[in-house]
Design a protein around this ligand. Structure first.
Ligand code: R5P
Length: 285
């Protein structure tokens, strides 16, 4: 039986259809003191597949409650799908006294499940924080699907060297194009500096590809740099379209043609579903 957290309802529904499994009803309530209560009143299955992107602290708590609720209801196997793993970018202690937050949340999630699946974690190494090691599904190839078929001499760029593998996968799935990356320097949570890549982008269509768009600082800066270099159209793709705060507006103001993401985070930009890829990974467990 598929059990959806509040953040991943459309994806859970798509996954239920892919796997031909029933979708459980979930109740979600909040006590006057602010505490959550998520429950699965009609749960009746041996195996529970929970689907929740942990985009907020509440989503984390809801996931832990749902894991416990299905166990209480008699599930003998619990599989947890975390399409977007919140706190995954805090994968090390950045200063003395800092926690390794990704490890802390992974440990908490691991206590209530037999297996975890996630999609394109920021660093694959975070999978090892789970016990047992989480399975990482690579959804990057899906990002080529919504792109227009008539891209002019396309260039697939990642904002930094770390995401160039995603750009390569999108280019391979698209079928043609050059791949390169910018040099990025982050000055703060919302300020980044992007140095242009060597590729000549004049009158060429560019697809900027990253694992996540959070505040949009990285992407808006990349689009601005491209604009100064006589680029054709600029499309932006990412696995996780978090698009926090004013990210949409920043990208629109910078001149983006379209923003395409997956449904690991359910947003207006979720142009393609990871459900088939996650279903295939579940069937291989
Ligand atoms: C960083 O290494 C990531 O790959 C993203 O580039 C970054 O997290 C995006 O964040 P923002 O949208 O806030 O610039």
């Amino acid at each position: 039986m598929i059990v959806s957290g509040s953040t991943s309802q459309a994806l859970a529904g798509a996954l239920a259809a892919e796997l031909d499994e029933p979708l459980a009803s979930v109740d979600s309530d909040r006590f006057p003191d602010g505490e959550l209560l998520a429950s699965v009143p009609g749960f009746d299955a041996d195996r529970a597949i929970l689907v929740t992107s942990t985009t907020s602290s509440d989503a984390h708590i809801e996931l832990l409650q749902l894991q416990d609720a299905v166990s209480e209801a008699g599930a003998s196997e619990v599989i947890t799908v975390v399409p977007y793993m919140g706190y995954g970018r805090q994968d090390k202690a950045f200063a003395t006294g800092d926690p390794i937050s990704a490890r802390a949340v992974a440990r908490a999630i691991s206590t209530g499940t037999d297996q975890v699946l996630t999609v394109n974690p920021h660093e694959p190494a975070v999978c090892e924080f789970f016990e047992p090691t989480a399975v990482a599904v690579d959804a990057a190839g899906l990002l080529a699907e919504p792109l227009p078929a008539d891209l002019e001499e396309p260039v697939f760029l990642s904002p930094d060297a770390g995401a160039v593998g995603i750009a390569e996968t999108v280019r391979d799935a698209y079928g043609t194009g050059e791949v390169d990356y910018f040099e990025k320097t982050r000055h703060s949570g919302t300020e980044v500096e992007i140095a242009p890549s060597d590729v000549d982008v004049t009158d060429r269509d560019v697809v900027v590809t990253d694992d996540i768009i959070a505040t949009g600082s990285t992407m808006s800066e990349a689009i601005s740099v491209l604009g100064e270099r006589g680029v054709g159209r600029v499309y932006v793709t990412c696995i996780h379209p978090l698009l926090a705060r004013t990210a949409y507006t920043r990208l629109a103001a910078a001149g983006v043609e379209e923003i395409y993401g997956t449904d690991t985070i359910e947003r207006a930009a979720s142009a393609v579903s990871v459900a088939p890829a996650v279903a295939a990974a579940l069937e291989e467990l």
